[in-house]
Design a protein around this ligand. Structure first.
Ligand SMILES: Cc1cc2nc3c(=O)[nH]c(=O)nc-3n(C[C@H](O)[C@H](O)[C@H](O)COP(=O)(O)O)c2cc1C
Length: 424
């Protein structure tokens, strides 16, 4: 049998109310009660912690809606959540910006709850306010640090990738320079041997002609006929011409090899890993020689390199930039087109334009092309590092590199990568 309920006496009720009062006063959180039957839901109770938190006394708050704590900062999305919860008579927890009486901002974690009477009618709302400024600031700081760490990680990844790439380029440069050096010696002696061979051939044919003439002058008609028959039987006239042609074309081929070897040596500039005065036009020409395979016959190269002042630079590094730009331009040109390399002395700096008549780039591509790992080439074709490394190299030289669309060359229009370099 449950105990029968006995009505409490008045003294006990008064004692319990006092206890609730003391408990509310002792709370370290703000506690507020608002009148839900009144249109603007005014406050009818605030505890001492609310005054400590906000600086407002009961005299300054009772009878007012609590929104005054928001001052002019009313455009907070969380307020909509609160409004809906109050309207629907539901509990609600939000964190919003509030302002103390002295104007100082604090982050308020506000919990509101509806209070119903015995008949289930809404009469009041209770609100509990907690200052969570330290927590919010700590979270913001944590987020800031996380973002900084993520950014540092990204930069580390980029630097690592670029280091690997430039290590590869260095190794390649060393190999190229080594091979060029090794080829240089045999090419030189083959060249000189071919010259000697050509002279020897001249001497030999001269001597043969002399012998033949001697035979003709000293002998009779038979000997002259025999000499002519030998000449005809061995097709000597053709052989002599053919040997000369063969020697000429071999020497032409050899001078082509020599040009490539010289270009390889200039391009790799391995003996010049330090800052040195360099001639950009020569550097660009030697780089073009290296890129010949990429350009083939389909990309016409127009060089407009008017007298450029010497530049103090790391030539091997700048050549890497030139090679990147030339290869990119060649790849941007579908079918045939023109690559114009234009150089101007603009006083305090030299401007180099690498203009191609390729299909151009939409603005979103232009905005990203210097970002590491960004590539428009198919997977496996481009690393997305070429232009990022070029940018690093140019900037390490105190220069600038950027992209410009719609540059006119002759009667064509193209897109240009522009480099500005100071002679220093
Ligand atoms: C009991 C109670 C306590 C509240 N306490 C706060 C408070 O500490 N800070 C605040 O910015 N809003 C507080 N509010 C919310 C505002 O009084 C108001 O409901 C809110 O700004 C949305 O309404 P509005 O758009 O009419 O201003 C409280 C609301 C209630 C019912």
């Amino acid at each position: 049998m449950p105990d029968q309920w006995v009505p409490p006496d008045a003294a006990m009720v008064a004692e319990q109310l006092k206890l609730h009062d003391r408990a509310m006063s002792a709370s370290s959180c703000g506690i507020t009660i608002a009148d839900a039957l009144h249109d603007d839901v005014p406050l009818i109770y605030i505890n001492e912690a609310f005054t400590r938190l906000t600086g407002y006394t009961p005299g300054e708050t009772l009878g007012r809606n609590c929104r005054f704590l928001q001052q002019d900062d009313r455009d907070q999305p969380e307020l909509l959540t609160l409004r809906i919860a109050l309207h629907d008579h539901r509990d609600c927890k939000i964190v919003i910006r509030n302002y103390r009486k002295d104007g100082i901002l604090f982050w308020n974690e506000l919990f509101t709850s509806p209070i119903f009477d015995d008949r289930g009618r809404l009469t009041h709302f209770v609100g509990i306010q907690t200052d969570v400024t330290d927590r919010v600031n700590a979270q913001a700081e944590l987020l800031r640090r996380k973002q900084a760490l993520e950014q540092a990680l990204d930069e580390l990844r980029e630097t690592q990738a670029m280091l690997i790439h430039s290590e590869k380029m260095n190794a390649l440069g060393q190999m190229v320079a080594g091979v060029a050096h090794e080829i240089n010696n045999p090419v030189s002696f083959i060249n000189s041997n071919l010259y000697s061979l050509r002279n020897t051939m001249h001497d030999l044919t001269g001597a043969y002609d002399e012998l033949e003439a001697l035979l003709k002058s000293s002998g009779g008609a038979d000997q002259t006929a025999a000499a002519a028959a030998v000449r005809a039987a061995h097709d000597l006239d053709f052989l002599i011409d053919d040997v000369d042609d063969l020697l000429k074309s071999s020497m032409g081929g050899l001078s082509r090899i020599k040009k490539i070897v010289d270009a390889l040596r200039t391009f790799s500039h391995l003996d010049e890993a330090e800052l040195k005065i360099s001639d950009l036009a020569t550097d660009i020409q030697s780089t073009l020689e290296i890129a010949r395979l990429e350009l083939k016959d389909r990309v016409k190269v127009v060089l407009e390199l008017e007298r450029l002042p010497p530049i103090k630079c790391y030539p091997a590094e700048l050549n890497q930039v030139f090679l990147n730009l030339i290869v990119n331009a060649a790849q941007a040109i579908e079918g045939s087109g023109t690559l114009t390399i234009r150089g101007h002395d603009e006083g305090d700096h030299v401007r180099l334009d690498f203009i191609d008549t390729g299909k151009g780039m939409p603005p979103e591509v232009m905005a990203n092309i210097f970002h590491p790992f960004y590539t428009t080439k198919p997977v496996g074709v481009g690393t997305g590092l070429g232009l990022a490394i070029s940018k690093k190299i140019v900037e390490a030289h105190g220069g600038h590199i950027f992209c410009e669309s719609s540059i006119t060359t002759g009667d064509e229009e193209g897109m240009a990568i522009v480099i500005l370099l100071s002679p220093r």
